[in-house]
Design a protein around this ligand. Structure first.
Ligand code: GDP
Ligand code: GDP
Length: 453
């Protein structure tokens, strides 16, 4: 099974050596957030790429803000070892301008056992004299280093040649897609606990002192033959001191996570209940065309009987009607009760998001639905529907041609949507209809053809 997954090339190293810059350079675009706003940090990013007909994932293991030295070393060690285990190739990045440092030596020591799959890369070798200084890294005991400059692009293509050379051939197998889940929710709703429950590892650096927070990290996880990427939006940074700051950064982080995910899992702390902020985040996800489901977490703390869940869901759908189309699951990240349902659910929604709907089935749906409950007349004229065509996904987008595209009533749009979810059972997946005027003459309305029959 493993071999069907894309091999991972991991960029590791101490902060500031240019991992993120190199990641962007290799992928030729700006993905990692290299923001100047102090207090924002980057996420751990995984991106798929192709080079010399080889497919692989490049992982940027993210940066850390300077903190207590032991803690940082400890965390790097943990990050590096975890990444090293799962990677096909480790790129240990060092800084050609500073030369080897104590931290480099510490990381190198840890990585010695992975020498067989390790490549030492000296970044910031912006000119020949810096390149010639690279011999200094021999003292790391990992052999010669490969000089590059992420900023100037020097050596990037050569480095990619070497990487591709070391990647396994995956000619016959179709790479398995990664299902990207953004774990959203207010602080303390249990996001990192859930990540830990699913991976069985301590991935996040937790620090309970007020004012300090964790970096947010992506976690790659294989489950039931599928590969998932958990985007954990964990922390706000020290810079966020005021309430406004905190809100600003949390919206920023949410936007950034949504940008990169397929599906948003919004965690709700059941000790506190659903708040307006939670609903806002859910709406943000839908507006961006992302899959969505609600995770009612800390279910272990809820006093319940066999009706509690259904009652809660009903209340929720009443509070925010749009939620009727989005699944809810009750879990306990702490006790791991139903934790893996999060992955199953994401998997199901992922299928819906990328589903190509059968054309006949779509037409049957529109015919039946429009016949059962016709649109009210507009200026004394019947509203006819001629065709429905799936355009693109994700999320599924449909063009509906009609005699009165500008006059379709909002509640009728909602009716069609509701019926669509019922008919196609695609909960969790936002769908979009666009109403258009028919282009071809002589098209017969769907809602009349059936009437005659
Ligand atoms: P990371 O913490 O290892 O991910 O490092 P970043 O990618 O955030 O880079 C840290 C700093 O090094 C930034 O100011 C970059 O602009 C700078 N940097 C990265 N690559 C190069 C390079 O090739 N040459 C030079 N001169 N600076 C670089
Ligand atoms: P995050 O800020 O969303 O990442 O939240 P954390 O994962 O750090 O969790 C916040 C607190 O809630 C911690 O004390 C957790 O132990 C606790 N917690 C998380 N999930 C559960 C759960 O399912 N049940 C209970 N009782 N506590 C939980």
């Amino acid at each position: 099974m493993k071999k069907e997954m894309l091999p991972i090339v991991a960029l590791v190293g101490r902060p500031n050596v240019g991992k993120s810059s190199l990641f962007n350079r290799l992928l030729k675009r700006k993905i990692a957030i290299t923001s100047d706003i102090s207090g924002t940090t980057r996420d751990r990013n995984y991106q798929a790429m192709e080079w010399n007909h080889k497919h692989f994932l490049v992982a940027d293991t993210g940066g850390l803000l300077p903190g207590e030295k032991e803690k940082v070393v400890g965390f790097i060690r943990q990050q590096v070892l975890k990444t090293a285990e799962e990677a096909e190739l480790i790129l240990l990045i060092v800084d050609a301008q500073t030369g080897p440092t104590d931290l480099d030596l510490a990381v190198a020591r840890e990585l010695k056992r992975y020498r067989h799959k390790l490549l030492l890369v000296a970044n910031k070798a912006d000119n020949e004299s810096l390149q010639s200084e690279c011999y200094r890294f021999l003292q790391l005991g990992l052999g010669e280093s490969f000089p590059v400059s992420a900023t100037h692009g020097i050596g990037a293509a050569d480095l990619l040649d070497v990487i591709a050379e070391k990647m396994p051939q995956m000619s016959e197998v179709v790479p398995v897609p990664i299902i990207r889940i953004a774990l959203l929710g207010r602080p303390n709703s249990g996001k990192s606990t859930l990540v830990n429950a699913l991976t069985g590892q301590e991935n996040a650096m937790t620090d309970d002192r007020p004012g300090t927070t964790r970096d947010s990290v992506d976690t790659i996880l294989d489950f039931n033959g599928k590969r998932f990427c958990l985007i954990d939006t964990a922390g706000l940074r020290k810079a966020a001191k005021t309430k406004e700051d905190i809100e600003f950064y949390s919206i920023l982080r949410t936007e950034q996570s949504l940008e990169r995910c397929d599906i948003a899992a919004v965690l709700v702390d059941m000790e506190k209940g659903v708040e307006e902020q939670d609903v806002n985040v859910m709406q943000m996800a839908i507006r961006r065309g992302k899959g969505l489901f609600v995770v009612l977490n800390k279910w272990d703390t809820v006093e319940k009987d066999s009706h509690t869940f259904d009652k809660l869901v009903k209340e929720l759908d009443y509070q925010a009607a749009f939620l009727a189309h989005y699944p809810k699951i009750a879990v306990s990240a702490l006790t791991k009760l139903r934790a893996t349902r999060v992955l199953d659910m994401a998997c199901q929604i992922h299928d819906h998001l990328f589903h190509r709907f059968d054309q006949n089935e779509l037409e049957n749906f529109l015919t039946d639905t429009a016949l059962r409950h016709p649109h009210p007349m507009v200026f004394g004229k019947t509203v006819s529907f001629y065709s429905i065509l799936q355009r693109e996904n994700p999320p599924p987008f449909f063009d509906i041609t009609t005699s009165h595209p500008k006059d379709i009533r909002e509640n009728y749009e909602r009716y069609l949507e509701n019926k669509f979810y019922e008919h196609f059972n695609c909960l969790g997946c936002p769908i979009r209809f666009r109403y258009m005027r028919k282009k071809k003459r002589g098209m017969r309305p769907l809602n009349l053809i059936a009437e005659k029959e």
